[in-house]
Ligand binder design. Structure first.
Ligand SMILES: [Zn+2]
Ligand SMILES: [Zn+2]
Length: 165
């Protein structure tokens, strides 16, 4: 297996924030690094538990929260689904495929201001962008007619959600 080069970066980031790299935090972070599919806290817990049976869901929540607060992990929010977590420390956005639900990391261009119409004098210090649409696979699979259908279906669910509010 390939050795993960990001763990030392994480250790130094932890050090910078004055955080101890506890075995639990390391485990949670490794879970996030091993599979970059933006898991929920419960998914992180289930994966971490395989290698550390003693770890609890509450501990996983605490670890994730500490790491989010200290900027070591990103919390990703998709609609009203449970929060997902991302260990990609590079500045990036998220692309949410509405067909298969997969969340992909997307990179920004060099300039943070590029592509936006900002009021004069505004300076962007952080990007937190999420796009939605179809991933390459789903875009190929979905035919024009069924695309229309799923769009209507999606709108319908949205209306239902609004009614429930
Ligand atoms: Zn991400
Ligand atoms: Zn997809």
């Amino acid at each position: 297996m390939k050795k993960n080069p990001s763990i030392p970066a994480y250790e130094s980031a932890m050090g910078r924030e004055g955080l101890r790299l506890t075995p639990q935090r390391r485990q949670v972070y490794e879970v996030l690094m091993n599979k970059r599919d933006h898991p929920t806290a419960t998914e992180v817990f289930l994966r971490a538990q395989k290698r550390m049976p003693s770890i609890s869901l509450a501990t996983v929540y605490n670890c994730l929260e500490t790491m989010v607060v200290n900027g070591l992990v990103k919390a990703v929010h998709v609609d009203r689904e449970p929060t997902r977590y991302c260990a990609n420390l590079q500045e990036h956005g998220h692309f949410h495929c509405t067909e298969c639900g997969h969340i992909s990391d997307i990179e920004f261009s060099d300039s943070r201001e590029q592509g936006w119409t900002l009021p004069s004098g505004f300076l962007v210090t952080q990007h937190d962008v999420s796009l939605r649409g179809l991933c390459a696979e789903c875009a190929t699979n979905v035919k024009t007619s069924s695309l229309k259908h799923s769009k209507n279906a999606h709108q319908h669910t949205k209306q239902l959600q609004n009614l429930k509010k």
